[in-house]
Design a binder for this molecule. Sequence first.
Ligand code: HEM
Length: 441
Amino acid sequence: MKTSGLSFDDIPPLDIPLRFHITAPVFGLLAALFLFWEGPEAWMSRWTIGSLGATHLLTLGFMAMVMIGSLFQLVPVLSGQAIPAMRWVAPWVHVMLTAGVIVLTVALVRPDTVTFTVALALLGFAFAAFIPPLVWRLVRIRGASDAIFTIRLAAISLLMTVGMGIFLSVGRGWPDLGIAFRSWTDVHVLWALFGWVPLLVMGVSYQVMPMFHVAPAFDSRLARGIPLSVFVSLLLLSHARSDYLVAPIVTVLCGALMAYSATALRVLAKRHRKRADPMIGFWRTALISLALAAVSLWFAMATPVRLPFLRESGAPLLIGILMVFGFACSMIIGMLQKIVPFLIFLHLQRRALGNPDAMSQIPTTNEVITDRDAHWQLRIHLIACAGILAALVWPAFARPAALLLAADFGWLFRNLISAAGEYRRRSQAIGPAPNLMESGA
Ligand code: HEM
């Protein structure tokens, strides 16, 4: 594993990222349950309560949950300094985000002012506690790497996403205010699915592809030029209203996303570690989904052409499914199979430092989540992807697709719980950590 340029001195205690990682699949299961309950109705349009409810159980409950937990872990490793006050900020962010997503889903399904007020209070607190210390740490890093440069843009995109989300919620929760919020929903979606998500994945990939797969580094001009093009396009798109302006800007945005997908696939193909790693399958699924989503978005926003095999209301759902499940969930489910065993190995290694007898107790990462279990995760995930796309074309397939989604998140939850169990067993066998080593903020 290539860890040059990374610092593991100031990493958080294991429970900080792990609480987010283990909570996330539960929200995936809730989204599957919700889609099973709603049935074919949820696939008829992006505006159905089934679609809106499931969207935030997945995007906030699963994706944002893992991405926030991972940022508490990744920023100290990339910058050598932890996010300020991490030990008490992280548990609060976790509790408020968990409760906030549940209440927001209820508010989107049964809109009323009280529920929206509680949802906004909880989510507002979660993001107000997380974003400022994150941005404070990111702006103070000297000689920022391509990864940090890109994560800065992702953090600003999250701020735009949350700000727009709160605005939309006020519009829905207080209808008497007469806010024409619906005309801004696409701006919220663009910053969320084409800003925050892909920019964070880009920044993380610049580090983990060379680290886990011994792949060559990304070309620095591309590594910075692509995210910058994405970010500037989103800034312009947020205010562009005429088709003459929207079409060229969307072409730049989709071109940049496809350039990243092609570049990352090429870097992956040049990796030195060629063993049959299930993570490669997740990368390829994610990067191909990103390219397909970019093409679909270009057709939907820059041309009058309609995708032949889809009814009118299907195109936005297809773009959402490709970006949320095909790209983001593939990335996150794959990454968790790698990152969680690595963190467990790292913390057990620290615990055993200074005690040679205990060294034999440290498992390999493959003993924490085996390749067999990770390969099964990939198979289940690919079948679930196919099932969801089938439900989009044939809504009658909605409930079997929801069951496949449940199997995917259920298998992930099983893998993470057994990994946490392995950590507990091994740390008991190794004994208490030498205090000076297990540092934290
Ligand atoms: C504080 C956080 C957030 C709040 C309060 C929020 C609120 C909302 C609201 C009220 C809508 C419905 C708008 C309408 O009816 O026109 C919406 C739509 C949407 N939100 Fe969020 N959101 C938040 C974060 C996110 C995040 C982080 C993502 C993705 C990463 C996301 C993705 C979406 C999508 C894709 C839609 C459109 C659904 C559709 O068209 O089917 N949201 N959001």
